[in-house]
Write a protein that binds this ligand. Structure first.
Ligand code: NAP
Length: 312
């Protein structure tokens, strides 16, 4: 950076859910915010109310030349065009500047146009979900104390570590070739938990009676709490662990007939459980094969199953 060890001057291109929160969090902790860029003037005007002294606009022309650090917080599909536009806007004035994006799935290679002009590039992905309907302050507080996936070289690591330290986070190094697996882990840990909640909500609607989705929340909360404490293989409950092939069959019969959209998910997730239980020796090879046969639809291979009606 041009001001080694000094207070970095930074700007955010793409001040949406994460970008505006990061702008708030870093400026509160001493970095000097110099500009905010959005795609639309509408968002820029809205941001002006929260950042009244900061140049804000829907064009890269609001960026001053003297920034040390550029945060690109636009959606993934915009990254390459923004990188090109920044290379055009700054040219060789990018030399020595640090430029990073926040995507978990794309590497810093997408920033090649600015790197060619002399910038040091990296990606730094907050391992957190930022609900769009939360306030900037709430989203800024979500940045505290979380882990950050860094991908970049040694020159970039110094400033990335400084940013993470300032946010009270944990620095996690992610090799470039590991980014897709890294992002998939995040998707399974977050998006798919939400998808499972949505699936449970829809099945709740099929019950009749007075069951509400909220009635399932203590079940979800305790499952997550225990799994985070001890790992799924140790604390797993349910029909697979109880070797209740009959329950699996009745579940699948209902899903195949009445809620087809969940049948493939049920089979896939149950297979993951069978595999994990087998590895932890909570199922014998024979039990695992029997349950796998049921999940594959081959119920003739069932040799021994409990016929319990346990429901979770
Ligand atoms: N949301 C999350 O939970 C989360 C978590 C971790 C990482 N991330 C990463 O953070 C990055 C941003 O995601 P987000 O959820 O904050 O997106 P977002 O809420 O949709 O915000 C994107 C922002 O970028 C602006 N923008 C779009 N195209 C632009 C362009 N060409 N030039 C300048 N500004 C532009 C938009 O402006 P307008 O508002 O005017 O359209 C908006 O302010 C992504 O790489 C994402 O993967 C997100």
């Amino acid at each position: 950076m041009s001001r080694r060890g000094g207070i970095p001057r930074f700007a955010v291109v793409g001040a949406g859910a994460v970008g505006s929160a990061l702008a708030m969090a870093l400026s509160r902790r001493g970095f000097k915010l110099r500009a905010l860029v959005t795609a639309s003037s509408r968002t820029a005007h809205r941001l002006k109310r929260r950042f009244p002294k900061i140049p804000t606009g829907a064009s890269l022309s609001v960026l001053p030349d003297d920034v040390d650090l550029l945060v690109i917080a636009v959606p993934e599909q915009q990254l390459s065009s923004v990188a090109l536009a920044l290379a055009h806007r700054f040219g060789t004035a990018l030399k020595g500047k640090r430029v990073f994006h926040l995507s978990g799935s794309i590497s810093s290679d997408v920033l090649l146009p600015v790197e060619k002009k002399g910038a040091v590039v990296f990606s730094l992905h907050p391992i957190q979900a930022f609900p769009a309907d939360a306030s900037i302050d709430d989203r800024a507080s979500l940045l505290r104390g979380i882990s950050y996936g860094f991908e970049g070289d040694r020159r970039a690591e110094r400033i990335a570590r400084r940013v993470v330290r300032l946010l009270g986070g944990r620095f996690v190094r992610v090799p470039k070739e590991g980014k897709i697996a890294y992002h998939l882990a995040c998707v399974f840990a977050s998006n798919f938990i939400m998808a499972l909640h949505e699936s449970a909500r829809q099945l709740t609607g099929a019950v009749g009676g007075s069951l509400r989705t909220e009635d399932l929340h203590p079940l979800m909360e305790s499952a997550l709490r225990y799994v985070m404490r001890s790992g799924a293989a140790r604390v797993m409950t349910g029909p697979v662990v109880r070797k209740s092939g009959e329950t699996l069959r009745r579940h699948l019969q209902y899903l195949d007939n009445s809620e087809k959209q969940f049948a493939a998910v049920y089979r896939a997730l149950s297979s993951v459980i069978v595999d994990a239980m087998r590895r932890r020796h909570r199922l014998t090879a024979r039990d695992a094969a029997d349950l796998t046969a049921i999940l594959g639809g081959n119920s003739r291979r069932i040799r021994r199953t409990n016929s319990g009606g346990a429901n979770h």
